[in-house]
Design a protein around this ligand. Structure first.
Ligand SMILES: Nc1ncnc2c1ncn2[C@@H]1O[C@H](COP(=O)(O)OP(=O)(O)OP(=O)(O)O)[C@@H](O)[C@H]1O
Length: 548
């Protein structure tokens, strides 16, 4: 991922790196000028003034250019990474997406991408500061090689101490941020579980004292340790600097001819070098963090192969018959090391038919629905659409036949269907039909609010399914969150209307008082179909009767 990003931004990167190196060089030149000016007479100082001003301006320009370019690079890298990961997520097969898991995808899109982008912000600091430190050391060597060697020793000692203490400090701060993640979870429990905590004194006490309280204390303790170590390492660095200056001034200084210039040079350069050194020590670990983050993104995106979902096969617009033949699907459960097996399933659907899919919890109804709509292409068996087998490159086109309201549906802010002129009008007609006209409207292709109850939001999802106008509709326990009035509307008005419109409809339901309204009832138990094609309702939906 990192080499790819660097390749994509090669031109900008080279320009930014050059500007950083130049700004480091100008910084060293400036300090040499200052030292020379301190030790020269008034006449030569006046001559050097223009040179000094020129270098200062060049330094400012180079710094601005390098920081701006690297900032641009960072933002570009972040945008590229996010688009790339998002593209992989959108185009990977659904089963693969489920295996990777949304938590890992979220952290790739946020934390890991940010860590990679931070590298580009750190690079100018690293490049400029490296040039400054190397340049300053070179200047020290020119002034006196003995004191230069001594300075190297002090810098080495300082760097090792600083680094070791920093590692420990970072370790504490990382533990603190993991604890903080848990703490945020406890804060959520504090608000989401407000009712339960008030109803149970002991639960509330244990939660407040042992869970929330210990977590708050843990974050406080770890942060305090970490920050104290940071203070110690910074103070150690400062102490070494003053010790060095003291030793140079009072112990090492001889009484040679330009001793004053050497001594002020050393003190000046050393004080000047401390900040870039600290900058290097802080920023170099970020390269490692960026490499780790980039390799995590690589792992995640490698698990989500791109370009598998969007296939060029032509869109199928009509549905005459859909048939599942010996279709199977399997889930592996890591914790219990066993499999859930769906199938072999033999089932067919035709337009204008309403099929109810029933069965106990965990019997595989939702899994079967996902197989029917092509989210899980069958692992065994085949799916025949209008008599023709759906091949590997045909699933994307196949899926376009379906509108589904899953029990864990998502309602997008905007209605994302193909633009149609009457979208608002038709949307508002359907909103009124589902008695939501006083709460929400469709304006400019979007719902005016989503701040509704779960049952009301599900009614909006039904509106979306209507607007999509696909030939096959699937409802996964749609009626479960509805009050009796809307259950009645759904089973006795919506389903018959869809049937009259010639839609094929698959309804996953537990509402046994409406089972008689199905054209066909299909029962699943432990992944196996108990009643296939056999149970025809006595009163089919063509002539709906009120629920009992
Ligand atoms: N993404 C998944 N990964 C692994 N196992 C899964 C996954 N989804 C469902 N399962 C397992 O497959 C089995 C069937 O689940 P499914 O959700 O299809 O049943 P269901 O009949 O729809 O249940 P419910 O009525 O409770 O919604 C269960 O054992 C479940 O744990």
């Amino acid at each position: 991922m990192l080499p790819y990003l660097i390749r994509r931004t090669r031109g900008l990167m080279t320009a930014a790196a050059l500007a950083s190196i130049l700004s480091g060089l100008f910084s060293v030149l400036l300090i040499a000028q200052i030292n020379a000016a301190l030790n020269s007479d008034a006449a030569s100082r006046a001559n050097a003034a223009w040179g000094f001003a020129g270098i200062a301006v060049a330094l400012m320009v180079c710094r601005m250019v390098s920081t701006a370019l690297f900032e641009r690079l960072g933002q570009r890298a972040l945008a590229e990474l996010r688009s790339f990961v998002a593209q992989c997520v959108a185009e990977t097969p659904f089963a693969q997406f489920e295996r990777v898991g949304s938590a890992r995808i979220q952290s790739a899109l946020t934390e890991h991408s940010n860590n990679v982008a931070v590298l580009f912000v750190s690079l100018p600091v690293i490049l400029t500061n490296t040039v400054i430190v190397v340049g300053c050391l070179g200047y020290l060597a020119m002034l006196s090689w003995q004191v230069f060697l001594f300075a190297l020793g002090v810098i080495g000692l300082g760097a090792v101490g600083y680094h070791l203490v920093h590692l420990r400090a970072i370790h504490y701060l990382q533990d603190a941020s993991s604890e903080q993640d848990r703490l945020f979870g406890h804060f959520r429990a504090l608000t989401d579980g407000a009712k339960e905590l008030r109803l149970h004194q002991r639960k509330s006490r244990v939660f407040m004292d042992q869970i929330l309280g210990e977590s708050v204390e843990g974050v406080r303790r770890l942060r305090t340790y970490g920050m104290s170590l940071f203070v110690i390492s910074t103070s150690w660095g400062q102490f070494l600097m003053y010790a060095f200056i003291g030793l140079v001034l009072f112990v090492l200084a001889g009484d040679g001819p330009n001793q004053t210039q050497v001594m002020t040079g050393f003190a000046l350069v050393f004080v000047f070098m401390v900040t870039p050194l600290e900058g290097l020590l802080i920023n170099i670990p970020r390269i490692n963090m960026a490499r780790v983050a980039a390799s995590r993104i690589d792992d995640i995106t490698r698990e989500m192969p791109q370009g598998q979902e969007r296939q060029a096969s032509p869109r199928v617009s009509d549905l005459q018959r859909l048939e599942l033949r010996d279709v199977t699907h399997q889930y592996y459960h890591e914790q219990s090391d066993d499999f859930f097996e769906l199938g072999p399933i033999n089932l067919s659907f035709t337009p204008g038919e309403v099929v109810f899919l029933v069965g106990g919890n965990g019997s595989g109804k939702t899994t079967l629905a996902k197989v029917v709509v092509g989210l899980y292409p069958p692992e065994g068996g085949e799916v025949l659409l209008n008599g023709e087998r759906v091949e590997a490159d045909g699933w994307d086109a196949y899926r376009q036949l379906f509108s589904v309201v899953f029990s864990d549906f998502h309602l997008f802010e905007r209605l994302l269907e193909a633009p149609r002129e009457d979208l608002d009008e038709e949307g508002n007609r359907l909103v009124a039909k589902l008695h939501l006209q006083h709460k929400v409207r469709v304006e400019n292709g979007a719902f005016t609010t989503q701040a509704l109850s779960q049952g009301q939001r599900k009614r909006l999802a039904l509106v979306v399914a209507y607007l999509e106008d696909r030939p096959f509709l699937v409802f996964d326990e749609w009626a479960a969150d509805q009050d009796p009035l809307f259950k009645e509307v759904f089973y006795c008005e919506v389903l018959p209307e869809l049937k009259r419109m010639g839609k094929a409809v698959l309804v996953i339901t537990h509402d046994d008082s409406y089972f008689h309204l199905a054209d066909r009832l299909v029962r699943l138990e432990s992944g196996k179909l108990l009643t296939a094609e056999s149970e025809i309702a006595e009163e089919p939906l063509a002539e709906p009767s009120p629920a009992t």
